[in-house]
Write a protein that binds this ligand. Sequence first.
Ligand code: ATP
Ligand code: MG
Length: 171
Amino acid sequence: MRGLLIGRFQPFHKGHIYVIKEICKEVDEIIIGIGSAQLSHSIENPFTAGERIMMISKSLFENGIEKNYYIIPIPDVNNNSLWVSHLKSLTPPFSKVYSGNPLVKRLFLEEGIEVLTPPLYNREMYSGTEIRRRMLEGEPWEDSVPKAVVDVIEEIDGVQRIRDLLKSDKI
Ligand code: ATP
Ligand code: MG
């Protein structure tokens, strides 16, 4: 049985590792769909799909997750009513979906697919929004992500990228 976890993973963090370990108890194979795959270099979506793939595959390796998994970038289709069929056209077949995002849940529900919402783990720290805020404001964020993600963000100069995105060209 194959399950799908969909997220933007901006960046991939320890909450994602936790939820993937939980999902792996229930499925034989896991599909990790990278949403808004075409977006990068913005405050909300700083990292490219390729960078996010590196973060995920290296983190899974580091955590000994050897179950069959597929990492599939899903670009936005900019038409919510087509989004589920668009996604299905890009992924291996699946029979379970996991997401906490209310829009994702609603769109699958309307296609007759139930979405399971796993409990959030240490959400104060393990949250993409909180991690991006900490990067911008120079607060520690490294403990919230797997070591492999720290390494990828360092390799691509990710923190400076986010800070540069806030600068204006006026001066
Ligand atoms: P953002 O704040 O940018 O939305 P996020 O931390 O919510 O980032 P997503 O990529 O939106 O990260 O997460 C995808 C899915 O991963 C969520 O819908 C949720 O099901 C799961 N998830 C996210 N954070 C946690 C967490 N701390 N514990 C367990 N599951 C999580
Ligand atoms: Mg989210």
